[in-house]
Design a protein around this ligand. Structure first.
Ligand SMILES: [Mg+2]
Length: 185
């Protein structure tokens, strides 16, 4: 099971992700987490950089869908402002919400190797993506101090699993998790 918690890539922020490289690799559908991935828990609306990013991705030919575990109104508010299709209360790492985005919300049929999920959590985003057999990109949370209760719990679990990954897959740990792990507050 711990294999499914190893991301395919790690980047510090969404702005550090080499989207041109992903495109070359055949990725066409980008699923993204909301909280602490696009905005912190304290923010409500997308900023200028996020709008620029979305325009860039659309121009490059990516489809971009929000998949959030939150069931709060802030998801609807953010998504309508950002004009992005979305799934809320997605229950990652369960497959249901991710599959809904892929099969019901996406404008066309994509193969698994054309899809990536971006997020700041191992237990929900990475694990959920790998359970659906799609590419997982882990990024550093925008502001961990704003994490809410369930996420704080997940961070503790995450630390336990990272230790096991480090022991069993030292090379993969070094390549994809070490930087993330050592930035923990
Ligand atoms: Mg998050």
């Amino acid at each position: 099971m711990i294999e499914k918690m190893i991301p395919d890539y790690y980047y510090k922020t969404i702005y550090d992700i080499p989207f041109d490289k992903l495109y070359e690799e055949g990725i066409r559908l980008i699923l993204t987490d909301l909280d602490n991935t696009l905005i912190s828990y304290q923010e409500e609306l997308p900023n200028k950089e996020l709008f620029e990013l979305k325009n860039k991705l659309n121009k490059m030919g990516f489809e971009f869908i929000l998949v959030s575990n939150s069931k709060k109104n802030r998801v609807d508010k953010f998504a309508s402002n950002y004009q992005i299709p979305y799934v809320k209360f997605s229950l990652k790492p369960l497959k249901r919400g991710i599959k809904k985005a892929i099969n019901k919300i996406a404008s066309k049929k994509y193969n698994n190797n054309e899809i990536v999920l971006l997020g700041d959590q191992l237990m929900t985003d990475v694990f959920g993506a790998k359970r659906c057999n799609i590419c997982a990109i882990l990024i550093e949370a925008i502001d961990k101090s704003t994490d809410i209760g369930p996420t704080q719990f997940n961070r503790k679990l995450e630390r336990f699993f990272i230790k096991r990954i480090k022991k069993k897959y030292p090379k993969l740990y070094q390549e994809r998790l070490m930087e993330y792990d050592t930035k923990k507050v």
